[in-house]
Write a protein that binds this ligand. Sequence first.
Ligand code: ZN
Length: 159
Amino acid sequence: MTSDLRDLYQDVILDHGKKPRNSRVIEGATFTQPAFNPLCGDKGTLYLSMDPGGDKIVDAAYVGAGCSISTASASIMTDFVKGKTREEALATFGLFHDMITAPPDRASHRPVQDLGKLSVFSGVAEFPARVKCATLAWHALKAALTEAPGPAPTPVSTE
Ligand code: ZN
């Protein structure tokens, strides 16, 4: 990765960390999933609205408090998953997780362009301690999409 690209990625993360998109409560959301990363103290709640068939994400929002990586990741993720099906969203989490947990010598061989804006987090692979920050909102997404909706979901923890 060139240092210019790294700087650009850093700027995008800082921008989303300071001004998170979709930071609001969705009234009547299909899924309301709390999430907590005890390693860093990041916590928040993910809201998802599904289409009437229950397969497509029509709206996504995240309200939370935490470090800029967790905030930026939730911001970019909620933008990214809108309009995606359950299957597409979960498959993307798999690719995203692979990207940020790749050993540094393999990170440059990843097809990061397939992940669009999510590739700004590829540098996290060099900071294993931040992986849980970058995946917190994604773990909440996975928990929401793989569990039946209920009135009192168990908070997802990265531990
Ligand atoms: Zn964090």
